[in-house]
Design a binder for this molecule. Structure first.
Ligand SMILES: Nc1ncnc2c1ncn2[C@@H]1O[C@H](COP(=O)(O)OP(=O)(O)O)[C@@H](O)[C@H]1O
Ligand SMILES: [Mg+2]
Length: 361
């Protein structure tokens, strides 16, 4: 893999500057790849003994979009809070842009942008005032503030609402304002905690498109958590799947999908089948399948050639007198990877209905 490290990297302690193309695999050997985020054995225990994050390792290169996936309670927010200095690790270490999140917390804070899951906005201020204040807090040069705030308001589609109080904004508008606030000081590394959860598809697309643009055009590194696996699949260069505080899979989405076999056959059983175990045993007995498991009312089969597996599966179930409702054949998605690694589908429990923006609460 080839990587180009340009001048701004020279300002950071961990980064090594190359003015020509450098082969990163050679650099790996001599240990000088520029990492945006590194974690080693990062752990956080909440009293008395809940390991919310249970020893994770991360190596995220500059300029990547990293998707951090996991069900509710798997430790995503706790990880973000440690990486952005809002919460002290119980054990292990992490650096962001080369700075230690405990020893150099102020330097880390100055370099990152963060939009947490719960936007902490002042409801009596207007959108514009919110961004102006944020710009002042982060010491954005005076001459640049108006322009930058104006640009951001336009990008997150809040120009018309800019001079209204935040309390009158819908949930989606508040999320977009919070995102803009995280970007006002042009951070090189941005943490977004479920930036699109509960948003209508249009707001979600606006946010994702902007993330993509900033990444591609300005090389901004993104660390984002999501429960929407299809979005992570589309945008993230690399993803990690969290399950109860641990990373159970990590890699490029295409790699992860390829790792679970070529096809997924899902056999939905009729309600009256009281024993999915019988169905499972019958399908397993066929042999030659990569993996077979029961998920809810379905038997899910991973196999190299799904179309030629369907007939034997249906026959085997028929012989075992298991009634079949529906059989579908699909290419694996990140959801299948998730299922394979965790044993369950990701549940976006705190999703709001799509199609309408949540009204301001
Ligand atoms: N401040 C806290 N005190 C005690 N437990 C917490 C605290 N914050 C989070 N937890 C627990 O840690 C686990 C991980 O939570 P969190 O990091 O918020 O997960 P996620 O963001 O993936 O939904 C959950 O079991 C949650 O209840
Ligand atoms: Mg969370």
């Amino acid at each position: 893999m080839w990587a180009l490290y340009l001048a701004p990297a020279a300002l950071r302690p961990s980064a090594v500057t190359f003015v020509t193309l450098a082969c990163s695999s050679t650099l790996d050997i001599i240990g000088v790849v520029a990492s945006a985020i590194v974690a080693r054995g990062l752990r956080r225990i909440f009293p008395p003994d809940l390991a919310a994050v249970d020893g994770i390792d991360l190596d995220i290169e500059e300029g990547r979009i990293f998707g951090f996936l996991g069900a509710n309670g798997s430790g995503k927010t706790t990880t973000i809070r440690m990486l952005t200095t809002l919460l002290r690790p119980t054990e292990g270490s992490a650096t962001v842009d080369g700075y230690d999140v405990v020893k150099d917390a102020a330097k880390v804070r100055a370099r990152v942008g963060v939009a947490l899951q719960e936007a902490s906005l002042d409801l009596v201020m207007t959108g514009r005032e919110t961004l102006l204040l944020q710009a002042r807090l982060y010491r954005v040069p005076r001459g640049e503030v108006r322009q930058r705030v104006g640009d951001l308001l336009r990008i997150v589609d809040l120009e018309e609402a800019a001079d209204r109080r935040v309390g009158t904004y819908s949930g989606g508008m508040q999320r977009r304002l919070d995102l803009a606030a995280a970007l006002v000081h042009r951070p090189r590394i941005v943490f977004l905690d479920e930036p699109t959860s509960g948003l209508d598809p249009i707001s979600r697309n606006t946010i994702w498109r902007y993330v993509e643009d900033l990444n591609r055009n300005d090389g901004v590194t993104f660390f984002l958590t999501t429960q929407y696996l299809e979005e992570a699949d589309r945008l993230a260069h690399e993803v990690a799947i969290m399950e109860r505080g641990r990373i159970v899979a990590q890699g490029a989405p295409a790699e992860l999908k390829a790792s679970i076999g070529a096809d997924v056959v899902t056999v939905r059983l009729e309600d009256r089948n009281a024993q999915p175990d019988r169905a499972l045993a019958a399908v397993k007995a066929i042999g030659g399948l990569t993996d077979v498991r029961v998920v809810g009312d379905s038997v899910v089969v991973y196999t190299k050639d799904g179309s030629s597996a369907i007939a034997p599966i249906v026959l085997a179930l028929n012989e075992a007198t298991v009634a079949v409702e529906e059989v579908t054949l699909a290419r694996p998605t990140l959801d299948d990877v998730f299922l394979r690694k965790t044993g369950h589908h990701i549940e976006a429990q705190d999703r709001e209905p799509e199609g309408v923006e949540g009204a301001a609460s």
